[in-house]
Write a protein that binds this ligand. Structure first.
Ligand code: HEM
Ligand code: HEM
Length: 191
């Protein structure tokens, strides 16, 4: 029940998927809001939270990737057409890539900043800066990269959610259920 099998996702993969889903969607909302609030003090505080949550996402992503590599990958739902299998595998790979690239580009952005504002992760420890060039040009490059990746993530996540809803509402197959109930639990229920 904890581990994945060829038939479906285990509890650990499911908990990691939903924890990261909530954090990433919240993080996008926070990122968009923090740059648009008028109160400068509040904006600064929200950016500090954004940096800490982003690093938590990076840590959970490493855990998730390790768990995925240490587990069998569930075979796609049998009812899926060939293009659906190819498209979902491609989107999942891109989502994994974004889960790594987004926090790293954010980290590079604060490391390249000429202001050199320290990042105290959840008020617990000081984040070391990445070895990137500290300059206005470097900061601008990482800022555009971070923004571009964030908007790519918004589009991809919207597509991913719509696809899950299509399976649930229109096709009425088990694609969404696979990510809601661990594989062992579903099998026991059916017997
Ligand atoms: C309401 C939001 C979401 C829903 C309904 C949802 C639904 C699902 C479902 C049903 C699957 C299983 C697909 C299959 O078995 O082929 C899945 C897999 C996946 N989801 Fe989501 N998801 C959501 C949010 C997110 C977010 C925000 C991310 C990441 C940024 C994400 C990343 C992934 C990845 C990487 C997989 C592939 C897992 C693997 O096979 O290792 N999901 N999602
Ligand atoms: C999955 C993780 C992350 C997501 C989804 C994300 C998303 C975003 C979004 C949507 C924005 C606003 C972009 C805009 O309005 O144009 C933003 C800005 C920002 N992010 Fe992230 N971010 C993540 C991780 C991080 C990390 C780890 C750091 C730093 C350690 C970071 C630092 C920043 C900073 C400093 C800004 C403001 C940039 C500016 O002044 O224009 N982010 N992020």
């Amino acid at each position: 029940m904890l581990r994945n099998t060829k038939d479906g996702y285990g509890l650990v993969a499911i908990v990691l998927h939903w924890t990261l889903a909530v954090l990433v969607i919240g993080q996008i909302g926070l990122g968009l809001a923090m740059l648009r609030v008028a109160d400068k003090r509040l904006s600064f505080d929200l950016i500090q939270w954004h940096k800490s949550i982003g690093l938590l996402i990076l840590a959970l992503f490493v855990l998730r990737l390790a768990w995925r590599l240490a587990n069998p990958q569930p075979a796609p739902e049998a009812s899926l057409k060939r293009w659906e299998k190819t498209a979902s595998a491609a989107v999942h790979r891109l989502l994994y890539a974004l889960l790594l690239a987004l926090p790293l580009s954010g980290w590079a952005l604060v490391s390249a900043s000429v202001l050199g504002i320290p990042t105290l992760v959840f008020g617990l420890f000081l984040l070391p800066h990445l070895p990137v060039e500290v300059s206005e040009a470097g900061e601008a490059f990482w800022r555009s990269t971070h923004h571009l990746l964030a908007f790519a993530a918004i589009l991809l996540i919207a597509g991913h959610i719509l696809a899950a809803l299509r399976h649930r509402i229109l096709l009425r197959d088990h694609v969404l259920q696979r990510m809601l109930r661990p594989v062992g639990a579903r099998k026991r229920e059916r017997t």
